[in-house]
Design a protein around this ligand. Structure first.
Ligand SMILES: NC(=O)c1ccc[n+]([C@@H]2O[C@H](COP(=O)([O-])OP(=O)(O)OC[C@H]3O[C@@H](n4cnc5c(N)ncnc54)[C@H](OP(=O)(O)O)[C@@H]3O)[C@@H](O)[C@H]2O)c1
Length: 258
């Protein structure tokens, strides 16, 4: 039975991805900071019919937390077949208003942990010539969509990092697969945790986390390198990737509106 390790698995997209993977028969290792939430999520998933569900409390902003997860990813006795780097965060406040420590914390979670865990996973998967890594980015990473925020830049890094590895000869020839998942606005705890208002984006822009997760796994099976669930965000992603910035700039929004 395949084993999937999902970071940020106690809420939102991570929980939805864990649920979809369990539904497909995968055993799970759930990672987040809060042990009680991990145990509650594991209990819920088992009640829904999941197989083996292990929990691994770890703060991915810390070296200790990343080390605990990389040890799990490289354990030859318990190989991990799929790594989902999903844990991520943003801020309601703008870059000039935040401290440098705040900004470094965001990069530690969104970028540095993704880099470290992907490196560990590939080190175990390439010699086995099997396995996959899904890195959760965002449609916002395709342009400076959220102005005066480091978040789109962190997700642009995730997209470029994932595409660069996925298309490389060394990775392709090993049979290991990488895919970046680019959701649009999705109903999760993300905005509430960051203190970002959910009032302004119209209802039709919001996606359901379980649907995003199921679509992403379908795209992974098809061998996609970029997964953009829903037609509306596929269209937006196409525009952000192919239209000149002069046309897409008016759609950007300020992190700190007047
Ligand atoms: N929601 C959206 O509209 C949206 C859109 C595009 C992309 N995304 C991306 O999707 C991913 C998941 O977001 P979400 O919306 O599902 O967020 P969420 O509902 O806020 O869930 C975040 C999860 O990550 C965990 N987490 C947060 N900080 C962590 C840390 N330092 N170490 C380990 N775990 C940590 C949280 O648990 P603990 O607090 O217990 O650690 C929780 O399980 C993120 O990468 C986000 O950038 C979200």
């Amino acid at each position: 039975m395949a084993t999937a390790l999902v970071t940020g698995a106690t809420a939102g997209l991570g929980k939805a991805l864990a649920r979809a993977l369990a539904h497909e028969g995968a055993d799970l290792v759930l990672v987040a900071r809060t042990r009680t939430a991990l145990e509650e999520t594991a209990r819920q998933l088992r009640a829904e019919g999941a197989g083996q569900v292990a929990v691994l409390p770890a703060d991915l902003a810390s070296d200790t937390g990343c080390d605990a997860v990389t040890a799990c990813l490289t354990d030859p006795e318990a190989p991990v077949d799929l790594l989902v780097n999903n844990a991520g965060m943003g801020y309601a406040s703008s870059f000039p208003a935040n401290t440098v420590a705040d900004e470094e914390h965001l990069l530690d979670v969104n970028v540095r942990a993704t880099l470290r865990l992907t490196h560990a996973a590939l080190g175990a998967m390439i010699p086995r010539r099997s396995g996959a890594v899904v890195n959760v980015a965002s449609v916002a990473g395709l342009g400076p969509a959220w102005l005066a925020s480091t978040y789109p830049a962190s997700k642009a890094w995730v997209i470029n990092f994932t595409e660069s590895l996925a298309r490389s000869r060394q990775v392709r020839e090993s049979g290991v697969r990488l895919m970046a998942l680019l959701p649009g606005y999705t109903r999760t705890e993300f905005h509430q945790r960051a203190g970002i208002s959910t009032a302004s984006p119209p209802q039709w822009l919001w996606l359901d986390a379980d649907r995003v997760a199921r679509t992403a796994l379908r795209h992974l099976r098809r061998g996609a390198v970029l997964s953009v669930p829903s037609l509306r965000y596929k269209t937006a992603a196409w525009g952000l990737r192919h239209l000149p910035r002069t046309l897409t700039r008016p759609f950007a929004w300020e992190a700190a509106p007047r």
